[in-house]
Design a protein around this ligand. Structure first.
Ligand code: CA
Ligand code: CA
Length: 176
């Protein structure tokens, strides 16, 4: 892949985290993501699912900062993201799964809507809505959500979401 394509892919991934679009990733972006998901699915921040989502968002941010905030200013710049997050996570994809899992688990519970059955999965259509509210383009959200349903049962499991997100941020390959 040429460097322009690599740069474009990095920019997409950075933009996915930079939810408020101010040019750096910080705690506010993770809180914004949690807030958007709760609004989309009509869930309050105070209920158990809402609390779990904010707790997961904070853990995700702390994990990201620990990996990528090299100068410790509580902001991850694009340079830090490329040098820290992308390179280090590529060498250690399990680490990414570890920091992202609590947020994804909580997000799936919020998207699922019904009282938690402990199955840790959500309908494909709900995950598509979640991706869209987090900034994915309509067409991308639909394709991505359907591709996450590995066993074709119409639901996306937590483990599938963790694996897919981990791959998205740690494996940067040319378009097929
Ligand atoms: Ca930001
Ligand atoms: Ca920094």
């Amino acid at each position: 892949m040429d460097s322009a394509e690599y740069e474009r892919k990095i920019a997409h991934r950075f933009a996915a985290f930079d939810q408020d679009g101010n040019g750096y990733i910080d705690r506010a972006d993770f809180n914004a993501a949690a807030s958007r998901l709760l609004t989309e699915f009509g869930t309050t921040a105070r209920c158990d699912k809402g609390q779990a989502l904010y707790t997961g968002a904070e853990a995700f941010w702390q994990g990201m900062a620990g990996i990528a905030d090299v100068d410790g200013d509580q902001r991850v710049t694009r340079e830090e993201f490329v040098g820290g997050a992308v390179k280090r996570l590529r060498d250690n994809p399990e680490r990414f799964a570890e920091i992202a899992r609590p947020f994804l688990r909580a997000a799936i519970a919020v998207a699922d809507g019904v009282e938690s059955t402990g199955s840790a999965s959500a309908p494909v259509a709900a995950v598509e809505r979640a991706l869209r509210v987090l900034g994915a383009e309509d067409a991308v959200a639909g394709v991505a959500a359907r591709s996450l349903d590995a066993d074709g049962d119409g639901r996306i499991a937590e483990s599938d979401a963790v694996a897919a997100l981990s791959a998205y941020f740690t494996v940067i390959e040319p378009d097929a």
